[in-house]
Design a protein. Structure first.
Length: 379
């Protein structure tokens, strides 16, 4: 009973620890799958930007970069889509990407078709981010990194692409009303680019300030500078309020695409490393908990057996002592042959001072010289 009363609370405590560790491991594994999906999704944004620019220039064929990006995301969604709940959204996005080459009409129609697809791509980023629970991570560096990768970078690249194309559309617009409407849209995208770069810079700085990674700060700074230079070049080429510089925009688009790929690779690798380290620590804690549980059970069982052995030893000695006492008593009584004093004596036959008088002895009657007659008082 004592063993049960001690083992059950101990086992319950360790099982609770193991359950907590198991929950954290499942959470970390889900986030690792989210990062894996993001690795495949990152090239899609820049590929859609290329497709939009080429379509506005009259190229109807799908760019090779977009075909490759779609294939990578399709593979990732086939492996991870059910777990991350992205299958429906990716299917819708893929269908609309496939219909882009068939879109006809003026530049505004083509532009709006690509805007719809770009928004769906950004929503897919949000879906991966939320369903993998990366946006719920309590570790500061991971949270800031996922915010940069899933929100700031894709939104900024999409805004830069739209800004560049709208600048060209403003320059090509013939009507005053159409030009004014496009100028409004261009101004919105220019502001979105500025806000996106500022937020990206702040988040990456916060991640570098609060991390144990020895490589995050150095890798982030170099690639972030390249990314920002590409955005600044795009801003100069768009020349908001004036005539756009087409050659500058083309160069900026290429620079930005390369910088995006490098920065996304670095940030996703850093996130993956941090999550791998967390998983290793959780695996160690799980093994440690099982080992401690086993040691605790063994110690409790040993203590129980020792206590039972200690309790039975006094009882055995007491029984042996009682048996010895009875044996001694029997042995002493057996030497006397009876249980009381000898008959006719007080205090036993061997006591010379306590002899019983021989009153009424027949040899004393009628022999005056041999005995005395009893007195009348005695009679």
């Amino acid at each position: 009973m004592l063993t049960v009363l001690v083992v059950l609370p101990t086992a319950a405590l360790f099982l609770r620890v193991l359950d907590d560790v198991s929950t954290q491991r499942d959470d970390t594994e889900l986030k690792q799958q989210g990062v894996e999906y993001l690795v495949a999704l990152a090239p899609l944004i820049s590929a859609l930007a290329d497709s939009q620019s080429q379509s506005l220039q009259g190229v109807t064929a799908e760019p090779a970069s977009l075909t490759s990006a779609v294939a990578r995301v399709a593979d990732a969604d086939g492996r991870l889509g059910q777990t991350l709940g992205t299958e429906t959204r990716w299917t819708d996005l893929r269908d609309k990407i496939g219909r882009l080459p068939t879109v006809t009409g003026n530049s505004q129609t083509i532009y709006q078709a690509h805007v719809e697809v770009g928004d769906l791509a950004l929503q897919l980023y949000s879906e991966v981010r939320e369903n993998s629970q990366l946006n719920m991570d309590t570790q500061n560096d991971i949270w800031y990194l996922q915010e940069s990768v899933t929100v700031n970078m894709p939104e900024t690249v999409t805004a830069v692409s739209r800004m560049s194309d709208l600048a060209n559309m403003v320059a090509a617009a013939s009507g005053r009303a159409a030009k004014s409407a496009l100028q409004v849209q261009l101004g919105i995208e220019v502001a979105a680019v500025q806000d996106g770069v500022a937020e990206l810079t702040d988040n990456l700085q916060a991640a570098a300030d609060d991390t144990e990674s020895s490589t995050l700060a150095g890798n982030t700074v170099n690639n972030l500078d390249s990314f920002r230079r590409g955005v600044e070049a795009a801003n100069r080429g768009a020349n908001f309020g004036g005539e756009p510089d087409v050659s500058t925009l083309v160069t900026a688009q290429s620079t930005l695409s390369t910088a995006l790929s490098a920065l996304a690779t670095v940030l996703l690798k850093e996130m993956s490393t941090l999550l791998d380290e967390r998983m290793d620590e959780l695996n160690y804690r799980q093994i440690e908990a099982w080992a401690l549980l086993g040691v605790a059970v063994v110690l409790i069982l040993l203590a129980t057996f020792w206590a039972r052995g200690s309790a039975s030893a006094p009882a055995t000695r007491s029984a042996d002592a009682g048996q010895t006492s009875r044996d001694v008593s029997v042995h002493v009584d057996g030497q006397s042959g009876q249980s009381g004093p000898a008959a006719g004596t007080y205090g036993g036959a061997g006591n010379p001072y306590d002899q019983v008088p021989g009153y009424g002895d027949a040899s004393n009657y009628g022999n005056g010289s041999a005995g005395r007659e009893r007195s009348g008082a005695l009679r």
